[in-house]
Write a protein that binds this ligand. Structure first.
Ligand SMILES: [Fe+2]
Length: 292
């Protein structure tokens, strides 16, 4: 079962005691969710107006900040500058937090991507595969990551409403359940998908398996309803972190969240053997990345 562990931090630049830091590392890399119930991301009075789906352009689900580029938003130039500043401030806070709690991850914070999600968490899914109200690990069809970790920092900036998730069983159990159902890719298919630019780079065996686990779990109603799981409420003003490529998670409800994604190489982990790559390679008995 996914661990939910709380730490009583109140600063985005904490100076954690060694035990607190160990707890943070063990929770995160062990596939748990680290909850910081007293670490709110504060909005100014002026910024409260951004808590509205009206700032999303019609096409994108989220508003994102990638470097200096604000994507998926609409509004007048000075409004968009203020929105960009708010998201940028969250990116800086989330980066500071990661560097303070997990110094080994520090060098990778610069490559982070940040999103603001003013839309309701559920109700927009076009297909079962894209339906994040079903328990899943994050794996992206068009972006093979060759084992890179997906670390996410979330903050509920809704002053009134909880963000609610379901979390499921631990990664190794889930992988044991679904690995036998994932078929091998057709020979030459990963290279063809890359050639046709369906994927950005060649999908490794690792990426193929992670996508397979994502799909097989989402497609299975009996599993979605019957597997070991619990509901977790993230109250207004709560920040939480997890490796979303490892934690089985599903959106239940909520609106208005900020989120920062940091991609980490497995080598940056404190315990690389706890990574999905190491777990899947052990279960499969073979390497899942191409030899260099
Ligand atoms: Fe997800």
């Amino acid at each position: 079962m996914t661990d939910i562990v709380s730490l009583d931090l109140t600063s985005w630049r904490p100076e954690p005691a060694p035990e607190a830091q160990q707890t943070a590392i063990r929770t995160l890399e062990g596939g748990g969710v680290l909850v910081l119930a007293h670490l709110a991301f504060g909005l100014s009075k002026d910024e409260l107006r951004f808590l509205s789906p009206a700032w999303s352009d019609a096409r994108a689900k989220n508003i994102s900040l990638d470097g200096d580029a604000l994507k998926g938003a609409r509004g007048a130039a000075d409004d968009l500058a203020a929105l960009r500043a708010m998201i940028g401030r969250f990116a800086a806070c989330a980066g500071d937090l990661i560097k303070a709690l997990f110094p080994r991850y520090g060098p990778y914070v610069a490559r982070a991507r940040t999103s603001f999600r003013p839309q309701p968490a559920v109700g927009r899914a076009l297909s079962w595969r894209k339906d994040d109200a079903r328990l899943h690990i994050d794996a992206f069809p068009s972006r093979p990551n060759h084992g890179e970790r997906i670390l996410r920092v979330f903050s509920n900036v809704n002053p009134l409403e909880d963000r609610v998730w379901r979390v499921g069983e631990a990664f190794p159990q889930m992988a044991r359940t679904f690995l036998p159902q994932v078929r091998r890719p057709l020979p030459g298919m990963p290279a063809l998908l890359a050639l046709l630019r369906v994927t950005k780079g060649v999908r490794s065996d690792y990426d193929h398996l992670m996508l397979g686990l994502h799909d097989r779990a989402k497609a299975n109603h009996a599993y979605q309803n019957g597997c070991e799981q619990r509901v977790v409420h993230f109250a207004p003003g709560t920040t939480w972190l997890c490796f979303s490529d490892q934690v089985m998670h599903a959106a239940v409800s909520g609106q208005h969240m900020l989120e920062q994604t940091i991609h980490l190489p497995v080598a940056a982990l404190y315990e690389p053997e706890s990574s999905p790559l190491a777990i899947l390679e052990a279960l499969c008995g073979r390497p899942l990345l191409p030899a260099h």
